[in-house]
Design a protein around this ligand. Structure first.
Ligand code: GDP
Ligand code: MG
Length: 438
């Protein structure tokens, strides 16, 4: 069972339990521990994580509008994100990058992936082969450079890696981003340290990244520390996350070693490289759909329904504008389901799923209001007025109160639509999870 499956199962069981008490929480934590340990996460980190979840679940106050279960699940999400380290955002500027790592970790493939990454972002890019220990290293990188459509430099038969690095810098001096692949060994030994130091001296990299295979799991911590001590690294690239059951262990171990994951490799192809984002990683594990994708789908639907949230002054939203917006929103059919999944206590679904009959009722209620009331919603927060309007429109007081409550929800929804950040926040409540906005 992989990490994601284990986590999803534990959460599903928690959701299915009828009462949440210390026993349920302990059982839930046990399952969490089991699945994290099987992904090779360090036992100390696992225990700390489940302790914090237990403390929050038993002692922290559950915020209004969210169930105890959802609160616990949001804590699990938060803790997992914290366990997996920080999001990486590279400076997009001309630079030199040196890749290091032991045999088979994915250095050469990653060098080409990185070259493509920068080339795709508008930087002319070149690759240098400074792997002088593997016989076919030159050909491998040359082929990959062709595939990535970037420049390549190497000197066949040359054993002095520093010499190649120097000549490479000269040959590729018009390239904005230069990436250097280096030799590996079975372990980091004295000889390799010496070679890497001399390459680094000649190449003068802005960034030195250790490349590791996700399959080494928590050993990543030791490796990151050793390489850092030997040659000082700026971060780690974790490859082969696509096929490893120990990815969680490797990523968390890098964070625990006070290093950082920068990119992750998720396949053999050159486009299978992603900037590391623990939110996204954990979201995927827990089966939460991509928030960014969700946000853009909602934006499309808003456009299609011709709702113009940016033209509504939310502070001045009144019953007249409310009616127009409501009518537009009732056309948002295709995203109804999606929005319903977004909701917590104030499910926006209720606002847009207005039946014809209800729309008619609302129209009658609004026309029974005085012009002042129509323009100032606050006036309607008055039992006397509610009674009068209900009577005048042939509806009930309950109907009028419902309209008032929909009005409040609409206001919230519109303000969420009005800016991306809010929409993201709304979207992040997907399935009741309170995802932190990093
Ligand atoms: P190096 O010895 O460190 O240079 O490692 P290579 O770049 O030659 O990679 C070793 C093997 O791992 C190759 O067969 C690559 O195709 C494969 N590989 C590298 N990165 C990934 C990845 O992210 N996912 C998968 N599935 N395979 C990868
Ligand atoms: Mg290689």
């Amino acid at each position: 069972m992989d990490l994601g499956e284990g986590l999803r199962k534990a959460i599903a069981r928690l959701k299915g339990s009828t009462i949440i008490d210390s026993k349920t929480i302990k059982e839930f934590n046990k399952e969490l521990q089991k699945t994290l340990l099987s992904a090779d996460v360090d036992v100390k980190l696992v225990l700390e994580l489940t302790k914090r979840i237990e403390d929050a679940a038993l002692h922290e106050e559950v915020p209004p509008g969210i169930s105890h279960k959802d609160f616990i699940i949001s804590k699990v999400y938060e803790e997992l994100v914290r366990l997996m380290g920080k999001k990486y955002e590279p400076e997009l500027k001309p630079k030199r990058i040196l890749l290091l790592g032991i045999y088979g970790s994915g250095k050469t493939t990653t060098a080409a992936k990185l070259a493509k990454f920068y080339q795709d972002r508008g930087f002319s890019t070149g690759l240098i082969c400074c792997d002088v220990s593997r016989p076919a290293a030159y050909e491998q990188l040359e082929t990959l450079a062709k595939q990535a459509n970037v420049a390549f430099f190497g000197i066949k038969g040359e054993h002095d890696a520093a010499k190649i690095a120097k000549a490479g810098l000269e040959a590729l001096k018009y390239k904005k981003v230069i990436i250097c692949d280096s030799s590996g060994r079975n372990t980091l030994d004295e000889e390799l340290i010496k070679e890497l130091k001399s390459v680094a001296n000649a190449f003068k990299p802005d960034e030195k990244f250790l490349v590791i295979n996700a399959d080494i799991g928590q050993v990543a911590s030791k490796q990151a520390k050793e390489f850092d001590q030997a040659v000082k690294i700026d971060g780690v690239i974790v490859t082969k996350l696509d096929g490893s059951g120990k990815g969680g262990g490797a990523l968390s171990a890098v964070a625990a070693a006070n290093s950082r994951v920068t990119f992750i490799g998720t396949g053999e192809k050159l486009n299978a490289l992603e900037l590391y984002d623990p939110n996204k990683f954990v979201g995927r594990l827990l089966g939460i759909p991509d928030i960014e994708g969700l946000v853009s789908t909602i934006q499309e639907a808003i456009k299609e329904a011709n709702i113009k949230p940016e033209e509504v002054n939310i502070e001045e939203l009144n019953f007249e504008t409310f009616y127009t917006q409501l009518k537009a929103m009732s056309k948002m059919g295709p995203i109804k389901n999606m929005l319903s999944m977004l909701g917590l206590a104030d499910t926006p679904k209720e606002v847009i799923e207005q039946s014809e009959a209800k729309m008619k009722k609302y129209k009658a209620i609004i026309s029974s209001m005085t012009p002042e009331e129509r323009k100032d919603e606050k006036l309607m927060h008055d039992a006397g007025r509610i009674k009068r309007v209900a009577k005048g429109s042939g509806t009930t007081e309950k109907d009028v109160r419902e309209l008032l409550s929909d009005f409040a929800k609409m206001k919230k929804l519109l303000s969420a639509f009005q800016n991306d950040r809010n929409l993201r926040g709304l979207a992040s409540k997907f399935k009741g999870l309170n995802l932190p906005n990093q």
